[in-house]
Design a protein around this ligand. Structure first.
Ligand code: PLP
Length: 405
């Protein structure tokens, strides 16, 4: 007989499907609000000027080569990356309690973390990870792949378009002690809804009382507010409060290095000796999964993070992206309220933060945006703010207005 006859056809990835539909659409005013990548005001991909500069510097080095990196990655990259997320004065770093590994961007960091947890975390009963409802859909699949079952906690409140703090806290209280809780430290995907600092403090209190494990997936540091330190606040607060935790870090969005796959996993341990053993096991897992991580993007980021001038320039580039997105939020809000006087309340558009916004449009309205207005968005009502620009924001607002009336 033939092989693979019983393999069922998988549906195409919904985001990639949306982009394909957009690409074949000939309507001149078409807009793609599905894409999870930054676009400049002309709707084009943006190579950060600092990345251009670092690339020239890197490639002009006559000794540049294509050798393998060490198994856990480029040390100048992982140590600078740890400092970036945990803070330059982090006591965890000073005490040698951080075990870091370079990973295949944020996705690879989540995968390596999940693999480490299934192997070494003393799960209290069933092997569960608690994910926000909703979350980045890939979280579900990547945990299932390693044998960890996702369980959802309430997060988004569709009535306020904001955080369901009480539901979140109650779920943390009802979860078995020592549960693994995945959280987005800033720019929550897909809702754009983040806890405030006061709310993070309340959440930390329950997490500490229940001895839960904090799994931070940080894909948007700096991209949310425009300030790297501000966006790392929750992570640093949890470290300070000695919550057992790990952080997954991506440089896809904040450095525009999507396809270069630059990321890191940092596991914080109670002591240096434990960190040393954790790192040794990360090395073993990494070896069997990918052997060694990719080099080019890590070298670029190491240059940028370790050079004072380049680092300052990167911070300016981050502000350029974050502020363009924030200004698009303000403009969309202004057009929906003063402009078209669209029914409903829209202040969540400016309250939400980061790449995405949950507009509150229902499935039928979202579908109408796709079919009638040629504005491509997912049917959960999520739009990518990066897809908006000064040339299309009015058309998008007008289309929203028509869809909800
Ligand atoms: N985690 C979250 C919440 C994300 O939104 C993304 C990207 O969309 C990622 C992780 C991983 O992205 P990458 O693997 O490109 O770094």
């Amino acid at each position: 007989g033939e092989f693979w006859q019983d393999v069922p056809l998988a549906p195409p990835d919904s985001i990639f499907k949306l982009t394909a539909a957009y690409n074949t659409d000939s309507y001149p005013k078409k807009v793609n609000l599905g894409v999870g990548a930054y676009r400049d005001n002309d709707g084009k991909p943006w190579v950060l000027p600092v990345v251009k500069k670092a690339t020239e510097k890197l490639l002009s080095d006559p000794l540049y080569n294509h050798e393998y990196l060490p198994i856990t990655g480029l040390p100048e990259f992982t140590s600078a990356a740890a400092k970036l997320i945990l803070g330059p004065d982090s006591s965890a770093i000073a005490d040698g309690r951080v075990a870091s590994a370079q990973t295949i961007s944020g996705t690879g960091a989540c995968h390596l973390a999940a693999l480490f947890l299934i192997k070494f975390y003393g799960f209290n009963g069933p092997k569960h990870v608690f994910l926000s409802n909703p979350t980045w859909v890939n979280h579900h699949a990547l945990f299932k792949n390693v044998g960890i079952t996702p369980v959802e906690y309430p997060y988004y409140d569709p009535h306020t378009f904001g955080l369901d703090l009480q539901g979140f806290k109650t779920a943390l209280e009802n979860a078995p002690p020592r549960s693994v809780i995945l959280m987005h430290p800033c720019a929550h995907n897909p809702t754009g809804v983040d806890p405030t600092r006061e709310q993070w403090k309340e959440l930390a209190e329950v997490i500490i009382a229940k001895h839960h494990y904090a799994f931070f997936d940080c894909a948007y540091q700096g991209f949310a507010s425009g300030d790297l330190d501000n966006d790392a606040w929750a992570v640093r607060y949890f470290v300070e409060k000695k919550v057992p935790m790990l952080v997954c870090q991506s440089f896809a969005k904040n450095a525009g290095l999507y396809g270069e796959r630059v990321g890191a996993l940092h596991i914080i341990s109670p002591g240096q000796d434990t960190a040393h053993r954790v790192k040794s096991q990360l090395s073993v897992l990494q070896r069997s999964e990918i052997s060694t991580p990719p080099m080019h993007g890590a070298k670029l980021m190491a240059l940028i993070l370790n050079d004072k001038e380049l680092f300052e320039e990167w911070k300016r580039d981050i502000k350029t992206m974050a502020h363009r997105i924030i200004s698009m939020r303000e403009e969309l809000y202004r057009l929906l309220t003063e402009g078209f006087e669209t029914p409903g309340s829209w202040d969540h558009i400016t309250r939400q933060i980061g790449m995405f916004s949950f507009t509150g449009l229902n499935a039928a309205q979202s579908q109408a945006m796709n079919d009638k207005a040629h504005v491509y968005m997912t049917t959960n009502g999520r739009i990518s703010m990066a897809g908006l620009n000064t040339s299309n924001v009015r058309y998008v607002a007008e289309s929203v207005d028509k869809a909800v009336r």
